[in-house]
Write a protein that binds this ligand. Sequence first.
Ligand code: FRU
Length: 485
Amino acid sequence: MTDLNTLNSNPGVNPKDPHRPVYHFLPEANWLNDPNGLIHWQGMYHVFYQYNPNGPYHGTLHWGHAVSKDLLKWQHLPVALAPTPNSPDQDGCFSGCAVDNNGVATLIYTGVRGEDQLPCVATSTDDMLVTWQKYPGNPVIPNTPQDLDLVAYRDHSVWREDNTWYQLIGAGIQQVGGTALLYRSPDLLNWEYLHPILVGDRTSTHPLPTTGDMWECPALFPLDDSHVLIISVWSNHNLIYSAYFTGDFTGWRFTPVHQAVLDNGGSFYAPQTLLDDQGRRLMWGWLQEQRSDAAQRASGWSGVLTMPRRLSILPDGRLGQAPVPELQKLRGRHQQYKGLEIPAGYELVLPEVQGDCLEILLKLAPGAASQAGLWVRCSPDGTERTLIAYDREAGGLIIDREKSSLDREAVHDRRITPFQPADQEDLTLHIFLDRSVIEVFLNNELAMASRIYPTRPDSLGLCLAAVGSQARINSMDVWTIQAPE
Ligand code: FRU
């Protein structure tokens, strides 16, 4: 985890930057994008990630590396993969995954050479996975499938069934849409192409907004009694959003039953998961910055990961996301409110508690209110503030950033995650504030992360609000969060 002392001594990062998260994972400086090679190895959680050691911008992609025993405190380790001159990854080590090949940790990643983006393999034999040897026969798949006219081809998800390895590679078929191509191998080195497991339709806008021209970072895994396919939609050179499908994987083809955007907070992309030794399927996503390139360069860092989210299949077959209980260890000073009635049109300021690193557990009965929730990061005069609420008219959970920042270049919008509560249903909003990161969980099912960049040092307040009709706060717990030691 970021240690503020290290941070202050790192000349690359502006120590006065008020937006740098304290307990979400990020490198000591420079650029991060996708989480890569997530693996629970010999009792340690390993996070690798797309990393540019040369600055806080996307370029010369390496694999950064950090390790944690408890999912809270991260120890930064040396770069795991760097481009090798005159080799298949000379222009970048793009995203990929890690597997346990009979006790040998093995990475499958995309090597970039000029226009070529092809699968490469590296192995490690040290316990902490610090040193990696690239396979001399890279790339292990020298060509894309001959019968497909592809938009792009990269990123890997690998698993073993019986004695055979299977791999998905992200791709897009020209004029058709995104897809994930299935391969199999006896040894991770020799691969046979099978077929696409699912193909999107780039012209369709329902039930997902668009499934784009190409699917980046596909991942497939069994969960409870279902299968989950995660994709990140790339369209016309833009990173659009990440989605999941839950459904049936038989006959080596995937049939979706449910699908939805994974996190509609406007920043989340390219998630990856691991299975830990408690059998938990944990997911991390990349939270992109939403401030100007100039501001990112001035701060010396860009990009942060979500907290690990525990995935489950909900009773109706959709995918659930919940925070892990480990986070409770970060709780500091506690304040509790019970049985507060918020009259319609009223805003109740909570002067006892303030902050930009808080955990808030809000049990809310919206009743007939058209909107009920909590303003966070409020300046005393209300010129800066961000609303997290259930909004009946919008039809879901909202994060309203219209007034999050007086900085005109910051995003000013309202993010919505569709959600239909049952009649009289109470809602649980679990909110994590970490400076520029807001991560919200609704009923341990839905998640939404957004970035905010308030300009005022006093934009720290909390304020409950109801619109249209009164709402009841059954309880609200607020904890300050302490950086992991
Ligand atoms: C997703 C992505 C991947 C690629 C990597 C490059 O954000 O574009 O498709 O491997 O990032 O950094």
